[in-house]
Design a protein around this ligand. Sequence first.
Ligand SMILES: Cc1cc2nc3c(=O)[nH]c(=O)nc-3n(C[C@H](O)[C@H](O)[C@H](O)COP(=O)(O)OP(=O)(O)OC[C@H]3O[C@@H](n4cnc5c(N)ncnc54)[C@H](O)[C@@H]3O)c2cc1C
Length: 303
Amino acid sequence: MRISDPKLIEAIVALGVEHKPGVSLASKTSLEIGGTSDILLVHKHEALPELVRLLKQAGVPNRFLGGGSNVLLPDGELPWVILQLSRQNPEVRFEGNSVFVDCAANLGQTVTMCAKHDLGGMEGLIGVPGSIGGALRMNAGAYGTQIGTYVREVQVYRAATGRIETLRGAEINFEYRHTSFASDDIMLAVRLELPSKPYSDILQGIRICNVKRRASQPLNQKSAGCIFKNPPGASAGRMIDELGLKGHSVGDARVSDRHANFFVNAGHASAADMLALIADVRRRVRDRYGVELEEEVIVWKEQ
Ligand SMILES: Cc1cc2nc3c(=O)[nH]c(=O)nc-3n(C[C@H](O)[C@H](O)[C@H](O)COP(=O)(O)OP(=O)(O)OC[C@H]3O[C@@H](n4cnc5c(N)ncnc54)[C@H](O)[C@@H]3O)c2cc1C
């Protein structure tokens, strides 16, 4: 969506928010799929309440994008403007076993910085791409670790109240790739509390996770990680693999040869290709196993 009203643009820029017109969103997502839209880059969290108020008043719908590693965006002109937190020097501050992190910060870099302060626990998350905010929204997890375990406080912009509020970790439900944040909450900063651990032990844990990930995932290809959640007691990847669907494709959207729950953009796949592949695989799994797979990737649709 393009913001065409110069007065609205002027008011947005006056808040210190950067207006980037007509950006290709494919360049902002790990799948490299997505049409175009204006991006509003928020440099100061305090600007968000007034920014969202202005957009609402002008009838401009918006969506929030983190690192773009778990989303499938539509083709063509998007029906929303995109909000993003600026990633220039996001704050990461240490106080004892607590670390205060801006949600724009990169998850992997944060894990490494914590390690250098002898704070461990998050080794399993080292290879998960994207931002701290995206990790909170998704309750990112791998190799027996999930970020939610370490969350003590989250600063959130709540669309429901129009204010920035602080939630205690205990007030938030963190489940398997699901959290109790409202769909229009925007997470701004978090306090994590991590166990003390010697740097060398953390580094060893990180190395082990990196080796496992490299051995099983198509890391040099464009993907959004796992497309489907694992149903209780089963593995989506194993079912897809057993159906002989590795390499199965629709256009340039393809089931990875390496990991059957990773669907890759093998060239110039469109959102339509990827959605058709997702629907086809889901139907085959339902027909064979009677299981309805739920997407882990967040598909942006008009409601
Ligand atoms: C190669 C690869 C491997 C992966 N491996 C794993 C894995 O092992 N485990 C795992 O859990 N995931 C994995 N993923 C998926 C993905 O990296 C995670 O879900 C990640 O936490 C998403 O973060 P992001 O910043 O990229 O979020 P985005 O993709 O930008 O957004 C995802 C959703 O979160 C919302 N969101 C993002 N930031 C905020 C915010 N600050 N406030 C409110 N909402 C927000 C967005 O609106 C969107 O709905 C993998 C992805 C890839 C490409």
